[in-house]
Design a protein around this ligand. Structure first.
Ligand code: ATP
Ligand code: MG
Length: 254
């Protein structure tokens, strides 16, 4: 049984624009799946359907054998809790400490004003510190989040997601705001979590060189249709043209 099964998924926005057309694919536990496609092809819409931040218009999303397409309330909260999410712009609370931001990943906690670190148990704080160790910045625990570099902030966001002990980690262009070297650093932490902790990762990426280095499998969207599902090394020049268009030229990030 796959960890995730997406069946004939479509999404039409309220203005009538159909952003996803009949998408089907499976994800096995332990995969590092990368979604590629031009800007506007539907990558973010697809990721957001998976944790039901966007409601699918048609089709099914099955996680761990459970159809989660129409669940609500407590079941939906449990579903969301089992999925970590990382964003391009990190989404940290800038004036709060790194440790607080990581602790906000603890299930069922909504951030409040001021320091709330004291409200967490010793065990929760210890887990937050281990999450910061996983991403290599335990020494930054007491710094304000906005005093960190972009790459470090993304590592805090990864540590926050780890607090959920997610079955699935979704990352929407996690390195799009970072320079090439920092991009590799952040991707290598995602890779480490995928390999060492066995967490399944689904990640949207723009640079094919990153895709080739980190993905165990790739799907490509074009105009909301799934046009490719295969191994990174199967993306030939012809596939590249199909996915990105005649005029596209590959830009490498090294
Ligand atoms: N709230 C919305 N209402 C209507 N259309 C939308 C809405 N959000 C996105 N779209 C449209 O849906 C399509 C897919 O958008 P989406 O953000 O999923 O693309 P993407 O592949 O993530 O692009 P990018 O690489 O730029 O992030 C686009 O044509 C976009 O304009
Ligand atoms: Mg997007």
């Amino acid at each position: 049984m796959p960890l995730l099964s997406v069946r004939n998924l479509s999404h039409t926005y309220s203005n009538g624009y159909k952003a996803l057309h009949n998408i089907s694919f499976d994800v096995e536990a332990g995969e590092f799946l990368v979604i590629i496609g031009l800007s506007g092809s539907g990558k973010s819409t697809l990721l957001r359907c998976l944790n039901r931040l966007i409601e699918p218009t048609e089709g099914q999303i099955i996680l761990n054998g459970t159809d989660v397409t129409h669940i609500s309330d407590a079941s939906l909260r449990r579903h969301r809790a089992s999925i970590g999410m990382i964003f391009q712009h990190f989404n940290l609370i800038p004036r709060h400490t790194v440790l607080s931001n990581v602790l906000y990943g603890t299930l069922g906690v909504t951030p409040t004003a001021g320091s709330i670190v004291g409200k967490f148990t010793q065990e929760q704080r210890a887990r937050a510190m281990s999450a910061l160790e996983v991403v290599g910045i335990p020494d930054k625990a007491q710094n304000r989040a906005d005093a960190l570099s972009g790459g470090q902030q993304q590592r805090v966001a990864i540590a926050r997601a780890l607090m959920q002990q997610p079955d699935l980690l979704l990352a929407d262009e996690p390195v799009a705001s970072l320079d090439p070297a920092t991009s590799h650093s952040v991707m290598s932490y995602l890779e480490k979590i995928n390999k060492d902790m066995g967490t399944t990762v689904i990640c949207n990426l723009h640079f094919l060189s990153l895709v080739r280095q980190y993905a165990s499998r790739v799907i490509a969207l074009k105009g909301g249709h799934l046009v490719f599902n295969g191994q990174p090394h199967d993306i030939t020049d012809e596939w590249f043209t199909t996915i990105y268009g005649e005029d596209a030229v590959e830009v490498e990030i090294r």
